[in-house]
Structure formats: structure tokens, C-alpha cells
Design a binder for this molecule. Structure first.
Ligand SMILES: C[S@@+](CC[C@H](N)C(=O)[O-])C[C@H]1O[C@@H](n2cnc3c(N)ncnc32)[C@H](O)[C@@H]1O
Length: 292
């Protein structure tokens, strides 16, 4: 068998992905090679030569990625915080920008013991599970309306619990229902939410259009309808001094903060940029001493 330089296989894969319009061709080519070889991406330079079956396995995955199947559907996982979750057809692929929202939430929880945390629109469960991993003392609730997403969330919750993390409390429910988690009213330290927020009719890349569930991506009301209900839920659920973080479309850097500012019980409303500098998530605190 003629062994081949891995470097050349990655160069060829990068070219194919670039021609297919993939946004980060080199990174994806390396991550596919890393997946096939079972070697961390940073250690690929230590693998000079590979066998033809490895080259063929890389090529097969590259051809699927060139058809704009999300990388995470090919590798089967996505990372957030210090955990990975399983990902595949029927569930939203967690995005790197959500990392900053998680960081804000975990910072808010510092110094609070046994915090109560709610993840609205949980999808794969990734935010709830990342919090449960980072804060074993937290009581974490999560909800989603889509049974397919919930099946992935249950699967991931079982995996994380088997790995030793504190179990999360996972529910089927609609965040536009004014009674969602009503039993937690005034008791929650942190509400996290990455809701569907893309205005209906927006053109999105094939990875999103063909592989993310539409219910996870698009929202009526110019993309704001689900967020309106999430803001109302947060105002109701948070305890005095508790905090909320909501991801939003980059065209909503003013509209979503305005929804939070309009609530008498929410204060310190701040909008935050994502890793590319675009408006991406808003945070607010529950005032101390007034009723919702
Ligand atoms: C953008 S995805 C976010 C998933 C996950 N939190 C993440 O960051 O990867 C939005 C999720 O909200 C769910 N969803 C949409 N409308 C909902 C509603 N009215 N009530 C509850 N969940 C909803 C979708 O099923 C989807 O799983």
C-alpha cells in the first residue's frame, strides 16, 4: 500500500470545500481529517503519512461536506463550554457564538450556591448541560417544544449523567405559553435562551436551510415573536438580582434590548457582540425589590 502525505489530502479537501462555497474550508478539511484519524486537530502535523483507506474516508466525508451537510452532522458532535453533545438530523447545531452567552451566565452564577437555572428553547440540551457540568450544585431546568429536539436532549442528558454530571430536568413545553415553569416564578437565578430568531423569509446558507429544523431557526413577527414571550417569562421567573441572557439576530441589536428595557422589573440591559463583532445577545438583571 502506498502511503500518502496527509498534508496533500488536506490541501485537496480544502480546495474542494472552497469551490463548494463552504465558509471555513481549511478548518473543516482539518476537522474532518482529525475525525477520521481520531487525532486532535492541533496534532495533525505529527501525522505525515496516511494509508489509502484513510485518504478515501476523508474524501467521502469531504464530498458530503461539499454538498453542504453541516460538519457536526458528519462528525456527530458539537462542543459548548467544557462539554460535547451528540448532534444529527432533527436538531439545531449549537453555534460558537452561544459560547459567550454561556460565559456570561456562568459568571453571573459565581458566588451563588445551589442556583436555579432555566434554559428556554434547549434544542440538543447543550446550554443546560454545559451549565450542569460547570456547576454541579445548580438545579437546571430545560424546555423545548419540538419532540425531535427533545429526543436528542434526552439522549445527551443521559450521556452527561452517565459521565457523572448532575442530571438536568427536561420538559416538553412551549415558551409562548404564559404559564411555562410557573411553579418557578420568582425563584430563578439565571434564564438562558437561544430561541428561533431569524426573520421568516431570510435567505440562509444550505447548512441551515436544509439541515436545521425550521422551528429552531425562524420566528414570526420579524423574528421577534418567540423572544417577546421569553422576555415576559424571564421577568416572571427571575428572583431579585437574577439575570437573563437571550441570543438574537444581528439585525435586532436595538429591538431586543428595547423589549427588555420596557419591563419595569428588568434593569442593567446590555447588548453584547459575537466573536465577529455583530450584535448577538442581550442581558439584563431582575431589579431588587419590585413585583413583576
Ligand atoms: C436556535 S435553537 C437553540 C437550541 C440550543 N439552545 C442551542 O443553543 O443550540 C432553538 C430551539 O427552540 C425550540 N423552540 C422553538 N420555538 C419554541 C417554543 N415556542 N417553545 C419552546 N421551544 C421552542 C426549537 O425546537 C429549537 O430546539
Amino acid at each position: 500500500m502506498n502511503r500518502q502525505p496527509l498534508r496533500l489530502a488536506i490541501m485537496e479537501a480544502t480546495r474542494i470545500l472552497e469551490d463548494a462555497g463552504v465558509a471555513s474550508p481549511r478548518a473543516d478539511a482539518e476537522l474532518i481529517a482529525s475525525h477520521v484519524l481520531g487525532v486532535e486537530r492541533g496534532r495533525l502535523p505529527l501525522v505525515p503519512l496516511v494509508d489509502p483507506p484513510v485518504v478515501e474516508a476523508i474524501r467521502q466525508l469531504v464530498m458530503r461536506r461539499a454538498k453542504r451537510v453541516p460538519l457536526q452532522h458528519l462528525t456527530g458532535w458539537a462542543a459548548l463550554g467544557d462539554i460535547t453533545v451528540d448532534i444529527g438530523p432533527g436538531v439545531f447545531v449549537p453555534r460558537p457564538e452561544t459560547e459567550l452567552l454561556l460565559e456570561w451566565g456562568l459568571k453571573l452564577l459565581k458566588g451563588r450556591e445551589y442556583p436555579v437555572v432555566v434554559d428556554l428553547c434547549t434544542g440538543s440540551g447543550v446550554l443546560a448541560l454545559a451549565v450542569a457540568h460547570a456547576r454541579p450544585d445548580a438545579v437546571v431546568y430545560a424546555v423545548d417544544v419540538d419532540p425531535n429536539a427533545l429526543a436528542w436532549a434526552r439522549h445527551n442528558a443521559d450521556l452527561r449523567a452517565a459521565a457523572g454530571d448532575t442530571s438536568i430536568r427536561l420538559y416538553s413545553g412551549d415558551v409562548t405559553d404564559a404559564t411555562v415553569f410557573a411553579e418557578l416564578d420568582g425563584l430563578v437565578d439565571l434564564v438562558l435562551c437561544n430561541p428561533p430568531y431569524v426573520p421568516q423569509g431570510t435567505q440562509v446558507p444550505p447548512e441551515v436551510a436544509e439541515h436545521d429544523p425550521p422551528v429552531a431557526v425562524f420566528a414570526p413577527g420579524g423574528g421577534l415573536e418567540v423572544i417577546r414571550h421569553v422576555v415576559a417569562a424571564a421577568a416572571r421567573l427571575l428572583r431579585p438580582g437574577g439575570g437573563v441572557a437571550i441570543e438574537h439576530d444581528d439585525t435586532h441589536g436595538k429591538a431586543v434590548p428595547a423589549l427588555l428595557s420596557a419591563r419595569r422589573v428588568l434593569t442593567d440591559v446590555v447588548d453584547h457582540p459575537d466573536l465577529a463583532g455583530r450584535p448577538r445577545f442581550v442581558t439584563a438583571l431582575r431589579t431588587v425589590g419590585s413585583a413583576a
